[in-house]
Design a protein. Structure first.
Length: 251
């Protein structure tokens, strides 16, 4: 049994969380907003948030989508925050099954082609071990992130959008210096989670997203040292140092 009163929520002891989870299972909107408030705050989570994941995984199997969808979305935000904060999730064996259930439920949500597809895709990315990409994801019109080159540690800008798809060394005064075209992955060459994420975007008729993912999961060249690296992997190394145990290794 979880001793909720001993666990910290965002604003203090979490003794109200079990009752809120129960009420949320009936679709009560105010219970959901209170759960959000207690378990997640501006990209951060807490002990109680992680302790709530098994219950959220159960709610994610609910027949009513008004219960299922918020459970997946909240769980995605909690997992994303936990991974970015470097909290170990995979080390905890009791979380493996809930995380697998949540990932599968997120895939089911995507296949329903929700109106706000990106929100559900962000949850899926976080649950599948890509919390930083989840946070940075946009519609790939003007996707722009900065990563550390794994070869020389220089800062490299990765741009994917209407203005081109390239890596560059960014200069405050000169802008993107020496842009080098990205090397998008060939869909058949994608492996593991990256392959399944791309497949979901194609299946759900999200061509722009699928196109962006091929670039994120493809190769980028560092203009400083010539190293070729995966933008997605370089992005995920921005997580907090120390923990960062991912429940599945990004490929
Ligand atoms: Zn480099």
């Amino acid at each position: 049994m979880i001793d909720w009163a001993r666990l910290q929520g965002v604003y203090g002891p979490a003794q109200d969380v079990p009752a809120l989870l129960k009420a949320a299972g009936t679709g009560a909107d105010d219970a959901w907003s209170e759960l959000w408030a207690q378990l997640w705050h501006q990209g951060n989570t807490c002990e109680a948030g992680i302790a709530a994941l098994p219950a959220l995984a159960s709610l994610a199997q609910h027949t009513d989508r008004a219960v299922r969808h918020p459970a997946i979305e909240l769980a995605g935000e909690i997992v994303g925050a936990a991974l970015r904060e470097g909290r170990p999730l995979e080390g905890t064996e009791e979380l493996q099954r809930p995380l697998a259930l949540l990932s599968a439920a997120a895939d089911g949500w995507l296949s329903e082609r929700p109106a706000d597809y990106r929100t559900s895709f962000r949850a899926k990315l976080a649950l599948d071990g890509f919390p930083v990409l989840s946070d940075a994801l946009d519609d790939f019109v003007d996707f722009c992130v900065e990563v550390r080159c794994p070869g020389c540690s220089d800062k490299v800008g990765i741009v994917i959008g209407d203005f081109g798809c390239y890596s560059s060394i960014r200069d405050w005064d000169l802008g993107d210096v020496h842009p080098i075209p990205l090397r998008p992955a060939v869909p058949d060459d994608l492996l593991g989670i990256a392959r399944r994420l791309h497949h979901a975007a194609v299946r759900d008729d999200q061509p722009r997203l699928a196109w962006g993912l091929r670039h994120v999961f493809g190769g980028a060249e560092c203009g400083a040292c010539g190293a070729i690296f995966s933008p997605a992997s370089a992005l995920e190394t921005r997580r907090a140092a120390g923990g960062g145990a991912v429940h599945r290794v990004p490929e």
